[in-house]
Ligand binder design. Sequence first.
Ligand code: XBP
Ligand code: MG
Length: 266
Amino acid sequence: MGGLRALLWDVDGTLAETERDGHRVAFNAAFEACGLGWRWDETRYGELLAVTGGRERLLHDMASRSDAPPAAAEREALARRLHEHKNRDYARRVRAGQVPLRPGVREVMEAGPAQGIAMGIVTTSGRGNVEALLEAAWGPGWADRFAVVVCGDDVARKKPDPEAYRLALDRLALRADEVLAIEDSPAGAEAARQAGCPFVITWSSYFAAAEIPGAIAAGPGLHERADWQPPADGEIGPIGLPDLQRWWALGVPVRRQWEPGSAVST
Ligand code: XBP
Ligand code: MG
């Protein structure tokens, strides 16, 4: 087997805390702008993240609301309107710098190409949201950094379906065992797993305590090497490409449960 050929990055929760700092607050702004008293607090939003896709999430929430429109067509129309509003608000927040990259992400992404490791994006978020985030991080030339960008608009089925990963592998002409996915959520991990891609988990705020079996490594983020499982070599400094390459070459799934502030247990 040759070396690692590509890193496939999830977006929401992995590149940035987009759900906590962007989407949830933008959904609430959309409710307000459309004259609805609905609000999603952090706990409710955490539950709703089991449904991938912002429009699908809105429809799921409406199904349990007595004050949602009764007819399916009206619900669809309202969900579309709210979603468009949310996306405009989200992009505004991203452009205003309210949703920065998670620490450590930029360094790994920028180091890859020089070492012959391509960077890819595999998300089922809408393309407009993804482009806003990447442009805010790298400026108008952001697309040159990525060998592939698969978004929700490109697939019929969102994560946890593996379609987005399979499409990215097709476009890169790579096998699943030549790439490493970086994910944060159970749905994203399941999508990578079903596509056959080894994956690493960087815990995000909503999924920090989630049990995500099958990862080859899991830890608090690329900015620090403490509390990773399997342990990173040494104790100080960020996780870099050599760590990811080593874990990928080992390819041993770890099973772990993390509680904030606690030692790692496997
Ligand atoms: C995250 C999602 C998305 C976002 C909202 O997927 O499920 O629905 O919450 O984005 P991933 P949209 O982690 O794969 O990026 O409103 O564009 O759906
Ligand atoms: Mg995610």
